[in-house]
Design a binder for this molecule. Structure first.
Ligand SMILES: Nc1ncnc2c1ncn2[C@@H]1O[C@H](COP(=O)(O)OP(=O)(O)OP(=O)(O)O)[C@@H](O)[C@H]1O
Length: 578
């Protein structure tokens, strides 16, 4: 069992207030419930014992071995189970000893990890320790972790999080990834009322994001989960792409099938929603386009609740794919989701108040055809970055209070809102009264979000195909990347009805605003960024009742509700038709 030296985690997860279910376990007590509790207690006992035995108290950095141990060429020190399953990932590295870190606080929780703030007792530096949970040493968890390490070791760029080392010991059954500590993340900053980015600031963040992506792509890495909460920012304004847990190697010249079940829903490109298994850098560029528009609008631009709704939002904003694209792409779910009448693209109209130089870039990054999204390099050379006002220097960005504190504040606000007190204005900055913005909660992380449609489609395939081998899975195993999303048997296709106009679908696309209105919104907390129903109605993606009844039982209930009550409950699953 791992034995990280130092105090136990405080049990106070100070991030992820509005996060998805994966992030909702907010206290160590609840998150570590069950089997993990034992492990944590063991850890603490080990930590305490080791600290006393090896240092005789809190060790001063100068008393410790001054040389970090990672980076040395040796095969020693790794637990054999790790070498067996992830030999490549740890090759040529030596593990750091757990007792050379002091664990300070738990700062995050991911799908298969807990993240702690810790002090490196050798260098004195504050670091983030990502503890990988090996639930019964599940081979899939190990493979994910191994791939993440391999990817991280390949990357070395100021805008990509650096893996500084690994912590384990021969007898340990856990592994810690050591990262530089980052005080903020982009969505944490954007979620705070007082933080409203100016155009030069948006350019500064986007430039760093695209530079990091350029490095990943040039090194054959697709991130596949670009979103604000994975863009970490330090106190010097440096943005680093983090969380390579869903990343994958790819070779543009030798395309391999990959799973379409990646990328958090709001940032997921249409081709993945349509089941593509051959894709490339375009998936990350789409997410980057969503982030750019979000930073300028002050709010996520396409906050879908289900994959069907997400696709509908995409088509309404970006237009539905051209005939040529449908034919060329041969996407597995195309027959299910092809609208009968095309949707018109309306990015420029929707965001007419954005800085003019941003529109061509948003148009490019949010192209329906991934081949038209260009590259990170092309995006960096676009007029958005080459015209005034230029990107500011990261060092000139405002110094924000630690996000962790902000998260606490957000959590308190959320708790107050839950208690029914939040509708009221409250005082901000001493004299300004402002109303909490109707911010949509954080995006649904990829695996859960993916499970919805995939499960339904899989159910359908199982029902309609003798060889329905696809099954719902939490994560696609990295070694089987591409095992899902096989095209349905055409003879069993159940065409969906897309013809009817959509009138009930509350648009996620809010009126855009100029830089000045962005600032206005920052102080008023409302205005143009509020949700607004679009007048212009396009054709509606409505799965046929036959499809709903056959494959989505819960939708049947909602559909019945809709008929009985005459209210839009069905639109919570599918946009309703008139
Ligand atoms: N270097 C870091 N500095 C500060 N905080 C960090 C760092 N790395 C991760 N975190 C925090 O820990 C959280 C979880 O980390 P990460 O996203 O890498 O884990 P994960 O298991 O891959 O999560 P996910 O389920 O989102 O894929 C992050 O959202 C972030 O808040």
């Amino acid at each position: 069992m791992g034995c990280v030296l130092g105090t136990a985690a405080s049990g106070d997860v100070r991030r992820d207030i509005n996060r998805s279910s994966r992030h909702r376990r907010k206290t160590e007590r609840s998150s570590e419930a069950g089997g993990d509790t034992v492990r944590v207690r063991e850890d603490r006992v080990d930590e305490e014992r080791d600290r006393k035995r090896q240092t005789g108290g809190v060790p001063a950095p100068e008393r410790m071995n001054p040389k970090p141990q990672y980076g040395l060429k040796t095969v020693q020190g790794w637990p054999s189970w790790l070498c067996d399953v992830a030999g490549d990932a740890v090759k040529d590295w030596t593990p750091r000893r757990a007792n050379t870190f002091e664990k300070l606080d738990k700062i995050g929780q991911g799908t298969y990890s807990n993240v702690y703030k810790a002090r490196d007792l050798i260098t004195g530096k504050i670091v983030a320790l990502k503890k990988v949970r090996f639930d019964n040493l599940e081979p899939e968890s190990l493979k994910f972790m191994a791939r993440e390490i391999l990817v991280l070791r390949k990357l070395d760029h100021p805008n990509v999080i650096k893996l500084e080392g690994l912590v384990t010991s021969r007898m340990s059954s856990s592994l810690y990834l050591v990262f530089e500590y980052m005080e903020h993340d982009l969505s944490g900053l954007a979620a705070v009322q007082e933080v409203k980015f100016t155009e030069p600031q948006v350019k500064c963040y986007m430039k760093q994001l695209l530079s990091g992506l350029e490095h990943c792509h040039n090194n054959g890495v697709l991130h596949r989960d670009i979103k604000g909460s994975n863009l970490l920012i330090d106190n010097k304004g440096i943005l680093k792409i983090a969380d390579f847990g869903l990343a994958s190697f790819y070779n543009p010249d030798r395309k391999q099938p990959m799973t379409s079940r990646v990328v958090t829903l709001w940032y997921r490109p249409p081709e993945l929603l349509l089941g593509a298994s051959y894709y490339s850098v375009g998936v990350d560029l789409w997410s980057a386009g969503c982030i750019l528009a979000e930073l300028l609008a002050g709010k996520p631009i396409m906050p879908g609740r289900t994959e069907v709704e997400q696709l509908h939002k995409i088509f309404k904003l970006c237009g539905s794919p051209s005939e040529e694209y449908w034919k060329k792409s041969r996407l597995p779910n195309a027959t299910l989701f092809k609208p009968q009448q095309p949707y018109k693209r309306c990015i420029s109209e929707t965001f007419k108040n954005f800085p003019p130089s941003s529109l061509p870039l948003i148009e490019t990054l949010l192209a329906i055809d991934p081949d038209e999204r260009g590259s990170s390099t092309a995006a960096l050379n676009s007029e958005f970055f080459t015209t005034e006002p230029y990107a500011c220097e990261p060092s000139s960005l405002p110094k924000y209070p630690p996000s962790k504190e902000m998260d606490v504040k957000l959590r308190d606000e959320e708790a107050r809102r839950q208690r029914g007190l939040s509708g009221k204005s409250h005082v901000v900055d001493g004299n300004r009264r402002m109303r909490p913005r109707d911010r949509v909660s954080r995006a649904v992380p990829a695996p859960e979000a993916n499970a919805e449609l995939q499960t339904n489609l899989d159910r359908w395939r199982v029902l309609t195909q003798a060889n329905g081998k696809s099954k719902s899975e939490k994560f696609p195993p990295p070694h089987q990347d591409g095992a899902v999303g096989h095209p349905p048997d055409k003879s069993h296709n159940v065409p969906l009805s897309f013809g009817a106009p959509d009138t009930s679908f509350g648009s996620s696309i809010f009126e855009s605003k100029s830089s000045s209105s962005v600032n206005d919104t920052a102080t008023t907390g409302g205005g143009p960024s509020r949700k607004r129903r679009t007048k212009k109605e396009g054709p509606c993606m409505v799965p046929s009742r036959r499809f709903i009844r056959a494959f989505i039982p819960s939708a049947v209930t909602l559909s019945m509700d809709f008929r009985l009550k005459g209210k839009g409950s069905v639109s919570e699953v599918f946009p309703s038709r008139r």
